[in-house]
Design a protein around this ligand. Structure first.
Ligand SMILES: C[C@](O)(CO)[C@H](O)COP(=O)(O)OP(=O)(O)OC[C@H]1O[C@@H](n2ccc(N)nc2=O)[C@H](O)[C@@H]1O
Ligand SMILES: Nc1ncnc2c1ncn2[C@@H]1O[C@H](COP(=O)(O)OP(=O)(O)OP(=O)(O)O)[C@@H](O)[C@H]1O
Length: 284
């Protein structure tokens, strides 16, 4: 009999604000942001195999398997742990790519945490987060699994407890490349550092928004539309926009008023990642 499949969520994240405070010598930007997870995302299914091979189904359009962050994360864990095991991985993709909601990073984190569990390779979350950082700046928060105040390039994480509102997320009809926004001359890179207390009192901005809105008329127009119903914000470097609501019904009401041609979803904010909530339930 074959071993049971391990199925785990790879949730989306939102950046509730995003200030860019500087630029390091290696070109990466230092920032301050607040990460919260959404109860909505991809699902990954893992089956261990003894021969060390890693397979992924289905392939994502435009992303060869070897470039997929899932395969790269699996190989990284093989190297770091020295295991001889492999895995067949199936991906149910729901999150839009290039949406600023961290789909690829979350897939990578779920692969690191899931295979570490399945292979019994025994790395700590701290070690997995460090491995994950080499795949992308957003991977560590998904590995750690708690809403967080982030500094550095997003890897210096302080867990925080936030309200857990319902969010309406709107996916404008375009993908944004993170690298392209960070390399734009017009980007503000000198926001003064603030404290969490100051954010709670005065709120914050997304420093990438002016550049994204200037480059993408689709996002500018979607922002104007969503602002008619709520305070519209952008996550990460876009493209996704979001508004917060006290309950699901209020979020659904606004969703129903938006054009049916716009891709949208409603999900609750979570301080504990659905990945970790599920593993904790299974007494990981
Ligand atoms: C904008 C955020 O989503 C906020 O959470 C993240 O900082 C981006 O994280 P990510 O998508 O995991 O980004 P990475 O894959 O690490 O980087 C993509 C590219 O964006 C630029 N980049 C990214 C993060 C950062 N703090 N400074 C940068 O300048 C770099 O040119 C990098 O080559
Ligand atoms: N498993 C994966 N899922 C999605 N994208 C992937 C994956 N593996 C590699 N990629 C590549 O990463 C790019 C960014 O995808 P992703 O969905 O993480 O964007 P994003 O939500 O804007 O990320 P972030 O918020 O971390 O900047 C894709 O365009 C794709 O080329």
């Amino acid at each position: 009999m074959s071993a049971p499949t391990l199925s785990l969520p790879a949730p989306a994240k939102l950046n509730l604000f995003l200030h860019i405070t500087g630029r390091r010598a290696d070109g990466y930007h230092t920032l301050q942001t607040l990460f919260q997870f959404l109860d909505h995302g991809d699902t990954l299914h893992f089956n261990a195999r003894p021969d060390g091979q890693i397979t992924l189904q289905p392939e994502l359009p435009g992303v060869p398997a070897e470039a997929n962050l899932i395969v790269r994360a699996a190989r990284l864990l093989q190297q770091a742990s020295g295991t001889s095991q492999g895995a067949d991985i199936q991906l149910d993709k729901r999150l839009p790519m290039g949406g600023g909601i961290g789909g690829g990073s979350s897939d990578a984190a779920t692969t690191l945490v899931g295979l570490n569990h399945l292979w019994r390779t025994g790395l700590s979350l701290e070690q997995l987060a460090e491995l994950g950082l080499s795949l992308g700046a957003d991977v560590p928060v998904f590995v750690r699994g708690h809403a967080a105040w982030a500094e550095g390039v997003g890897e210096q994480l302080t867990p925080v407890t936030l309200d857990e509102p319902w969010y309406l997320v709107v996916v404008p009809p375009c993908q944004v490349s993170t690298a392209e926004i960070f390399s734009d001359q017009r980007l503000t890179r000198d926001s003064p550092a603030i404290t969490l207390a100051a954010f709670r009192e005065h709120g914050g901005r997304n420093d990438c928004l002016p550049v994204v809105a200037a480059r993408y008329p689709e996002i500018r127009n979607t922002l104007i539309l969503l602002n008619k119903y709520c305070e519209a914000k952008m996550t990460g470097t876009g493209s996704c926009l979001f508004g917060a609501f006290p309950n699901e019904r209020e979020a659904d009401k606004v969703r129903a008023r938006l054009p049916a041609t716009l891709q949208t979803f409603v999900a609750q904010g979570c301080n504990v990642s659905p990945l970790h909530a599920q593993l904790n339930k299974a007494a990981y």
